[in-house]
Write a protein of this length. Structure first.
Length: 272
Protein backbone atom coordinates (compact mmCIF):
# COMPACT_ATOMS: atom_id res chain seq x y z
CA UNK A 1 0.00 0.00 0.00
CA UNK A 2 2.80 2.42 0.89
CA UNK A 3 4.55 1.52 -2.35
CA UNK A 4 1.50 2.54 -4.33
CA UNK A 5 1.18 5.82 -2.45
CA UNK A 6 4.82 6.69 -3.22
CA UNK A 7 4.18 6.13 -6.95
CA UNK A 8 1.46 8.81 -7.11
CA UNK A 9 2.75 11.59 -9.34
CA UNK A 10 2.21 15.30 -8.59
CA UNK A 11 -0.18 15.47 -11.57
CA UNK A 12 -2.34 12.67 -10.17
CA UNK A 13 -2.28 14.29 -6.74
CA UNK A 14 -3.44 17.56 -8.27
CA UNK A 15 -6.25 15.74 -10.08
CA UNK A 16 -7.39 14.10 -6.84
CA UNK A 17 -7.38 17.46 -5.07
CA UNK A 18 -9.44 19.03 -7.86
CA UNK A 19 -11.90 16.13 -7.70
CA UNK A 20 -12.34 16.75 -3.98
CA UNK A 21 -12.92 20.46 -4.64
CA UNK A 22 -15.55 19.67 -7.26
CA UNK A 23 -17.25 17.27 -4.84
CA UNK A 24 -17.69 19.93 -2.13
CA UNK A 25 -20.93 21.48 -3.55
CA UNK A 26 -22.47 18.04 -4.10
CA UNK A 27 -21.53 16.97 -0.59
CA UNK A 28 -23.05 20.14 0.87
CA UNK A 29 -26.31 19.59 -1.04
CA UNK A 30 -26.49 15.97 0.10
CA UNK A 31 -25.90 16.90 3.74
CA UNK A 32 -28.31 19.85 3.75
CA UNK A 33 -31.09 17.97 1.97
CA UNK A 34 -31.27 15.37 4.75
CA UNK A 35 -30.75 17.70 7.74
CA UNK A 36 -33.59 19.13 9.86
CA UNK A 37 -34.52 22.69 8.98
CA UNK A 38 -33.29 24.17 12.27
CA UNK A 39 -29.84 22.64 11.72
CA UNK A 40 -29.49 23.55 8.03
CA UNK A 41 -26.69 26.10 8.46
CA UNK A 42 -25.25 24.78 11.69
CA UNK A 43 -21.46 24.23 11.46
CA UNK A 44 -21.64 21.42 14.00
CA UNK A 45 -21.84 17.83 12.79
CA UNK A 46 -24.92 15.91 13.87
CA UNK A 47 -26.37 12.48 13.24
CA UNK A 48 -29.89 13.87 13.00
CA UNK A 49 -31.25 13.25 9.50
CA UNK A 50 -34.76 13.35 8.10
CA UNK A 51 -36.75 12.71 4.92
CA UNK A 52 -39.33 15.39 5.70
CA UNK A 53 -37.64 17.84 3.34
CA UNK A 54 -38.34 15.59 0.36
CA UNK A 55 -41.97 15.02 1.29
CA UNK A 56 -42.43 18.78 1.77
CA UNK A 57 -40.90 19.54 -1.61
CA UNK A 58 -42.90 16.86 -3.42
CA UNK A 59 -46.15 18.20 -1.95
CA UNK A 60 -45.31 21.87 -2.53
CA UNK A 61 -44.72 21.67 -6.28
CA UNK A 62 -45.90 19.36 -9.12
CA UNK A 63 -42.56 17.59 -9.46
CA UNK A 64 -44.25 14.47 -10.86
CA UNK A 65 -45.41 16.54 -13.85
CA UNK A 66 -41.98 18.13 -14.17
CA UNK A 67 -40.38 14.67 -14.16
CA UNK A 68 -42.75 13.39 -16.82
CA UNK A 69 -42.14 16.41 -19.05
CA UNK A 70 -38.36 16.21 -18.67
CA UNK A 71 -38.25 12.49 -19.43
CA UNK A 72 -40.43 12.93 -22.53
CA UNK A 73 -38.35 15.87 -23.77
CA UNK A 74 -34.91 14.33 -23.11
CA UNK A 75 -35.85 10.88 -24.43
CA UNK A 76 -37.67 12.25 -27.48
CA UNK A 77 -34.77 14.49 -28.46
CA UNK A 78 -32.25 11.68 -28.06
CA UNK A 79 -34.28 9.22 -30.16
CA UNK A 80 -34.61 11.71 -33.02
CA UNK A 81 -30.96 12.72 -32.70
CA UNK A 82 -29.93 9.06 -32.80
CA UNK A 83 -31.83 8.59 -36.07
CA UNK A 84 -30.60 11.76 -37.78
CA UNK A 85 -27.02 11.50 -36.48
CA UNK A 86 -26.72 7.84 -37.48
CA UNK A 87 -27.82 8.51 -41.06
CA UNK A 88 -25.59 11.58 -41.40
CA UNK A 89 -22.57 9.89 -39.81
CA UNK A 90 -22.94 6.84 -42.04
CA UNK A 91 -23.16 9.07 -45.11
CA UNK A 92 -20.06 11.04 -44.16
CA UNK A 93 -18.02 7.95 -43.28
CA UNK A 94 -19.03 5.38 -45.90
CA UNK A 95 -20.92 7.08 -48.76
CA UNK A 96 -18.77 8.88 -51.31
CA UNK A 97 -20.32 12.03 -52.78
CA UNK A 98 -19.05 15.36 -54.07
CA UNK A 99 -18.29 17.94 -51.37
CA UNK A 100 -18.67 15.52 -48.45
CA UNK A 101 -15.65 16.91 -46.59
CA UNK A 102 -16.83 20.50 -46.99
CA UNK A 103 -20.35 19.68 -45.83
CA UNK A 104 -18.96 17.76 -42.85
CA UNK A 105 -16.78 20.75 -41.98
CA UNK A 106 -19.88 22.97 -41.98
CA UNK A 107 -21.58 20.51 -39.64
CA UNK A 108 -18.66 20.49 -37.20
CA UNK A 109 -18.49 24.30 -37.20
CA UNK A 110 -21.93 24.24 -35.55
CA UNK A 111 -20.32 22.71 -32.44
CA UNK A 112 -18.61 26.05 -31.82
CA UNK A 113 -21.85 28.05 -32.13
CA UNK A 114 -23.60 28.47 -28.75
CA UNK A 115 -27.24 27.39 -28.82
CA UNK A 116 -28.25 30.62 -27.07
CA UNK A 117 -27.30 32.59 -30.20
CA UNK A 118 -30.22 30.99 -32.06
CA UNK A 119 -32.86 31.60 -29.41
CA UNK A 120 -34.46 34.59 -31.12
CA UNK A 121 -34.79 33.09 -34.65
CA UNK A 122 -35.98 29.79 -33.20
CA UNK A 123 -38.57 31.62 -31.11
CA UNK A 124 -39.87 33.46 -34.19
CA UNK A 125 -40.19 30.20 -36.13
CA UNK A 126 -42.06 28.47 -33.31
CA UNK A 127 -44.37 31.46 -32.92
CA UNK A 128 -45.24 31.36 -36.62
CA UNK A 129 -46.02 27.63 -36.36
CA UNK A 130 -48.02 28.08 -33.12
CA UNK A 131 -45.68 25.76 -31.21
CA UNK A 132 -44.93 28.00 -28.25
CA UNK A 133 -45.63 26.48 -24.83
CA UNK A 134 -45.48 22.93 -26.18
CA UNK A 135 -43.11 20.05 -25.57
CA UNK A 136 -42.55 19.76 -29.31
CA UNK A 137 -41.51 23.40 -29.39
CA UNK A 138 -38.80 22.69 -26.81
CA UNK A 139 -37.56 19.66 -28.76
CA UNK A 140 -37.54 20.80 -32.41
CA UNK A 141 -34.37 23.00 -32.35
CA UNK A 142 -32.33 20.03 -31.08
CA UNK A 143 -33.46 17.28 -33.46
CA UNK A 144 -30.05 17.41 -35.20
CA UNK A 145 -26.74 17.25 -33.31
CA UNK A 146 -23.42 18.23 -34.85
CA UNK A 147 -21.60 16.63 -31.92
CA UNK A 148 -23.50 13.37 -32.39
CA UNK A 149 -22.66 13.31 -36.09
CA UNK A 150 -18.99 13.93 -35.37
CA UNK A 151 -18.78 11.29 -32.63
CA UNK A 152 -20.58 8.59 -34.64
CA UNK A 153 -18.64 9.37 -37.82
CA UNK A 154 -15.36 8.88 -35.97
CA UNK A 155 -16.66 5.59 -34.58
CA UNK A 156 -17.98 4.34 -37.93
CA UNK A 157 -14.61 5.02 -39.57
CA UNK A 158 -12.98 2.53 -37.17
CA UNK A 159 -15.25 -0.28 -38.42
CA UNK A 160 -13.55 -2.37 -41.17
CA UNK A 161 -14.93 -1.63 -44.63
CA UNK A 162 -14.66 -5.35 -45.45
CA UNK A 163 -17.88 -5.83 -43.51
CA UNK A 164 -19.63 -3.58 -46.02
CA UNK A 165 -18.31 -5.62 -48.95
CA UNK A 166 -19.42 -8.87 -47.36
CA UNK A 167 -22.87 -7.44 -46.67
CA UNK A 168 -23.21 -6.17 -50.25
CA UNK A 169 -22.36 -9.64 -51.55
CA UNK A 170 -25.22 -10.96 -49.38
CA UNK A 171 -27.57 -8.51 -51.07
CA UNK A 172 -27.88 -5.99 -48.22
CA UNK A 173 -28.80 -2.39 -48.97
CA UNK A 174 -26.97 0.53 -47.39
CA UNK A 175 -29.92 1.07 -45.05
CA UNK A 176 -29.69 -2.53 -43.82
CA UNK A 177 -25.90 -2.34 -43.53
CA UNK A 178 -26.19 0.77 -41.41
CA UNK A 179 -28.68 -0.70 -38.91
CA UNK A 180 -27.47 -4.32 -38.79
CA UNK A 181 -23.69 -3.74 -38.77
CA UNK A 182 -22.75 -0.19 -37.81
CA UNK A 183 -25.47 0.47 -35.27
CA UNK A 184 -24.71 -2.60 -33.06
CA UNK A 185 -20.92 -2.18 -33.31
CA UNK A 186 -21.12 1.46 -32.18
CA UNK A 187 -23.01 0.70 -28.98
CA UNK A 188 -20.47 2.36 -26.68
CA UNK A 189 -20.56 5.54 -28.77
CA UNK A 190 -24.35 5.63 -28.53
CA UNK A 191 -24.13 5.24 -24.76
CA UNK A 192 -21.71 8.17 -24.53
CA UNK A 193 -23.77 10.30 -26.88
CA UNK A 194 -26.91 9.38 -24.95
CA UNK A 195 -25.34 10.52 -21.68
CA UNK A 196 -24.21 13.81 -23.20
CA UNK A 197 -27.52 14.46 -24.94
CA UNK A 198 -29.79 13.47 -22.05
CA UNK A 199 -27.71 15.34 -19.44
CA UNK A 200 -27.67 18.50 -21.58
CA UNK A 201 -31.41 18.55 -22.18
CA UNK A 202 -32.16 17.41 -18.64
CA UNK A 203 -30.27 20.49 -17.39
CA UNK A 204 -31.35 22.85 -20.16
CA UNK A 205 -32.94 25.93 -18.61
CA UNK A 206 -32.95 29.08 -20.72
CA UNK A 207 -34.74 27.77 -23.82
CA UNK A 208 -37.55 25.94 -21.92
CA UNK A 209 -37.95 29.01 -19.68
CA UNK A 210 -38.54 31.23 -22.73
CA UNK A 211 -40.80 28.81 -24.60
CA UNK A 212 -43.05 27.44 -21.81
CA UNK A 213 -45.67 29.24 -19.76
CA UNK A 214 -47.76 26.42 -18.26
CA UNK A 215 -47.08 23.79 -15.62
CA UNK A 216 -48.04 20.99 -18.01
CA UNK A 217 -45.04 21.75 -20.25
CA UNK A 218 -42.36 22.90 -17.81
CA UNK A 219 -39.30 20.66 -17.29
CA UNK A 220 -37.54 20.10 -13.98
CA UNK A 221 -35.04 22.95 -14.32
CA UNK A 222 -37.72 25.60 -14.81
CA UNK A 223 -39.87 24.06 -12.09
CA UNK A 224 -36.92 24.06 -9.68
CA UNK A 225 -36.19 27.74 -10.37
CA UNK A 226 -39.82 28.71 -9.78
CA UNK A 227 -39.91 26.59 -6.62
CA UNK A 228 -36.73 28.19 -5.25
CA UNK A 229 -38.18 31.68 -5.81
CA UNK A 230 -41.55 30.87 -4.29
CA UNK A 231 -40.49 31.41 -0.67
CA UNK A 232 -41.48 34.81 0.68
CA UNK A 233 -39.30 34.68 3.80
CA UNK A 234 -36.00 34.00 2.07
CA UNK A 235 -34.18 30.89 0.94
CA UNK A 236 -35.18 27.65 2.63
CA UNK A 237 -31.91 25.77 2.26
CA UNK A 238 -33.17 22.33 3.24
CA UNK A 239 -36.14 22.37 0.85
CA UNK A 240 -34.15 23.86 -2.02
CA UNK A 241 -31.33 21.33 -1.50
CA UNK A 242 -33.83 18.47 -1.43
CA UNK A 243 -35.45 19.73 -4.65
CA UNK A 244 -32.04 20.09 -6.28
CA UNK A 245 -31.14 16.55 -5.31
CA UNK A 246 -34.40 15.29 -6.82
CA UNK A 247 -33.47 16.97 -10.09
CA UNK A 248 -29.86 15.76 -10.37
CA UNK A 249 -30.21 12.27 -8.86
CA UNK A 250 -31.18 10.48 -12.13
CA UNK A 251 -28.18 11.99 -13.93
CA UNK A 252 -25.76 10.99 -11.19
CA UNK A 253 -27.07 7.43 -11.17
CA UNK A 254 -26.93 7.20 -14.97
CA UNK A 255 -23.35 8.44 -15.13
CA UNK A 256 -22.11 6.07 -12.41
CA UNK A 257 -23.80 3.12 -14.16
CA UNK A 258 -22.48 3.92 -17.66
CA UNK A 259 -19.20 5.71 -16.87
CA UNK A 260 -17.06 2.88 -18.27
CA UNK A 261 -18.86 2.91 -21.63
CA UNK A 262 -18.75 6.70 -21.62
CA UNK A 263 -14.97 6.81 -21.28
CA UNK A 264 -14.30 3.89 -23.64
CA UNK A 265 -16.36 5.39 -26.47
CA UNK A 266 -14.36 8.62 -26.49
CA UNK A 267 -11.09 6.69 -26.42
CA UNK A 268 -12.18 4.52 -29.35
CA UNK A 269 -13.32 7.56 -31.31
CA UNK A 270 -9.92 9.20 -31.08
CA UNK A 271 -11.06 12.04 -28.81
CA UNK A 272 -8.38 12.79 -26.24
Amino acid sequence: MLHRIKRISPLHLFMYLMAVVWMVPLGWVLMTAFRPKDLALSPKWTWQFTLDNFSTVWAAAPFSIYYRNTILIAAGIFLIQMLTSTMAAFAFSRVKFWGSNLIFLLFTVQIMIPADVLIFPNYIVLRDFSLLDTKLGIMIPYFASAFGIFLLRQTFKTIPSELDEAAVMEGCSKWKIMWTIYFPLARSAYVAFGLVSVSYHWNNFLWPLIVTNSVNNRPLTVGLAIFAQSFETGAQWTEVSAATLLVIAPLLIGFFVFQRQFIDSFMQSGIK
